[in-house]
Write a protein that binds this ligand. Sequence first.
Ligand SMILES: [Zn+2]
Length: 117
Amino acid sequence: MNIKTYQNQANLFQLLSHPVRLQILDELRKREACVCHLQAVTGRPQTYISQQLRVLREADLVRDEKDGQNVYYHLKNDVVRALLGEALGVSGEQSHPKNCNCPICSDKIDQSGLSAD
Ligand SMILES: [Zn+2]
């Protein structure tokens, strides 16, 4: 391997060495999510989440897709998916924070009715 390859991988690890970015990517490997969902999951403000998503998008790790009024972020990098699998284990179900009003969490509530918890 040449030095450029090592440099690219070093850049990738640098991107991943950030707890909130890891949390975002961990959530996105379960399912696509909008900014408001990631806000609810991480407990961080929108500007902060948007900033991290921009970094991840510029590094080509995530892509955004517009659906009506919402923008959903998808994990698009299979190497990152594999690395997360090694580092964090098998991905669970998508989180559904109580304070999240995103379309996916709202659908979940509609489908399951009023949950007991
Ligand atoms: Zn949500």
